[in-house]
Design a protein around this ligand. Structure first.
Ligand code: NAD
Length: 493
């Protein structure tokens, strides 16, 4: 482990200079070319170091996340950041030897007795640009797949979580040599520089708008990308679903991290006529999960005043255009907001809202909400929900609640989304044997588990010719011998 002075609590690191970004990239690039493959032992040892980093420093990282948000429970960071990373590490360490093994393939008769296999090799240097909402999981998650596949990793975490990014930079520098894994810090300019490096692959997690810029920058070097983007993920309640249970699960999926979750249910379709019953069930569920908001340590702050102002603006516009905006209040008798300041995070704890009567001309139904606001739309026939979804950019996730398998299968068959959870929200992201990613405007390429390992590897086909091969019979000069052999080969297909 390399010694490096530890940062003082709360101390930010300065932006990485453009010369330093270049220097780090060149060092990683040179190392990846000097040792194009990484033996299984080296890969395992890097993952074990990453696991030690998490085990030893989870509390400090959770405190940094808390400091960045103002209010954000370390237990939320434990479940949504660390637990997912631990699960990813455990599964990767368990299966890595098998994933790394050359994959033998059957050789068609016309090429026999040659043998063939697919050898998975590191791509080289993988850039990772990550967002602020789950700032540890989304920074280190792609790194797990990339390191498992034997690559070098250059990470640029979000500038909106400066404490977490500084802590990550410090810890990664303690646990890894800079030509194995390093962190550069800064805002959009540093991120844009990373996206324009001649990387061997770039994983970007963030908004669709910035994802477009990243894809353009990467194209200049033909750098392949994995784009993990956002969008409006719908939820649909079937007529026969358990309304109380569905409302609780939607409230949990919507309000985890105060709605600042890429796969949060963005808006909800319910059978027309059940609006009042749903509103009651949702209010009751929210009251159980978060009896009060301001000063509640379980309820996350909106990340910045600018993000809070945008959300308030979405509600203001929806109201002005005629929607019924119902802001949820604290349960009577719940603790009063603390008098002494717990930090400015309290001012950014936004009360959840339900919105009925939202229409397509409202920004609320155009932009990804990314906050604790749930538009609820009534439908007469399932077709209306399906048409709405198919008329809009393909969502990152879709949620369906009900018991009728035929209806579930119809929704699955007639919609395309990055992923789906049935009768709950969010959970497909936690299943290590499922690929996680978007489709269309919500991104491309998936990672987690073996799909991530494959994504960050080059699948190199290898064919080994036999000395008993008869392939020379097809060499020129072409004539009767060629025709005879070719007619035999055609019969083998
Ligand atoms: P963002 O796009 O504003 O920023 C993400 C990262 O991109 C940051 O590190 C930022 O510095 C960097 N960046 C800014 N300009 C850049 C440029 N020109 N070139 C390259 N990089 C640049 O996103 P955000 O606000 O941090 O995160 C919220 C968004 O991320 C939401 O849309 C959410 O849905 C999405 N998201 C998606 C996933 C997923 O797995 N699909 C996960 C979390 C968040």
């Amino acid at each position: 482990m390399r010694a490096r002075p530890t940062l003082l609590e709360g101390q930010d690191m300065p932006d990485t200079s453009s010369e330093e970004v270049q220097r780090l990239f060149k060092a990683q690039h040179a190392a990846s070319r000097a040792q194009p493959d990484a033996p299984l032992g080296v890969r395992r040892e890097r993952l074990l170091r990453l696991r030690s980093l998490l085990e030893q420093h989870a509390p400090t990282l959770a405190a940094a996340v808390q400091a960045d948000f103002g209010m954000r429970s370390p237990r939320l960071t434990e479940v949504a950041d660390f637990f997912l990373l631990r699960a990813q590490l455990a599964s990767t360490l368990k299966h890595l030897a098998r994933w790394c093994r050359p994959q033998k393939v059957r050789t068609p008769l016309y090429l026999q007795p040659a043998r063939a296999w697919v050898q998975r090799q590191p791509l080289g240097v993988i850039g990772v640009i990550s967002p602020w909402n789950y700032p540890v999981q989304l920074a280190l998650g792609p790194a797990i797949g990339a390191l498992a596949a034997g690559n070098r990793v250059l990470l640029k975490p979000s500038e909106l979580t400066p404490h977490t990014s500084a802590k990550l930079a410090d810890l990664v520098a303690q646990f890894f040599a800079p030509d194995e894994f390093c962190v550069v810090q800064g805002g959009a300019d540093v991120a844009a520089q990373v996206a324009s490096l001649p990387l061997d692959h770039l994983v970007f997690t963030g908004s669709t708008a910035v994802g477009r810029k990243v894809a353009l920058a990467a194209a200049a070097h033909l750098t392949p990308t994995t784009l993990e983007l956002g969008g409006k993920s719908p939820a649909i309640l079937d007529a026969d679903c358990d309304l109380r249970d569905a409302a609780t699960k939607i409230a949990h999926g919507k309000l985890l991290n105060a709605g600042q979750t890429c796969i949060a249910p963005d808006y909800l379709f319910i059978p027309k006529g059940s609006e009042a019953a749903f509103a009651e069930a949702y209010r009751a569920a929210v009251a159980r999960l978060f009896p009060y908001f301001e000063g509640n340590p379980d309820y996350a702050s909106i990340i910045t005043p600018r993000h809070l102002a945008r959300l308030r603006d979405l509600l203001r516009e929806a109201r002005e255009l005629g929607a019924d905006v119902q802001e949820l209040g604290a349960v009577p008798g719940s603790p009063a907001a603390p008098q002494q300041s717990l930090g400015d995070g309290i001012a950014r704890q936004m009360a959840p809202a339900l919105v009925f009567g939202a229409t397509g001309d409202m920004r609320l139904m155009q932009e990804e909400i990314f906050g604790p606001v749930l538009p609820v739309i009534g439908y007469e026939a399932l077709d209306e929900a399906v048409h709405h979804i198919n008329a809009h950019p393909r969502p990152l996730s879709l949620y369906w609640f009900g018991n009728r398998q035929a209806v579930r299968d119809e929704v699955l068959a007639r919609t395309v989304s990055g992923g789906v959870t049935v009768n709950d929200t969010l959970l497909h992201i936690a299943h290590e044997n499922l690929p996680f990613g978007g489709v269309g405007d919500s991104g491309w390429g998936a990672y987690h588990g073996e799909p991530g390992f494959v994504r960050f590897s080059h699948a190199k086909p290898v064919l080994v010719q036999s000395r008993f091969s008869a392939g020379g019979a097809l060499y020129p000069p072409y004539g009767a011998r060629f025709d005879r052999v070719m007619s035999v080969l055609r019969k083998l297909l």
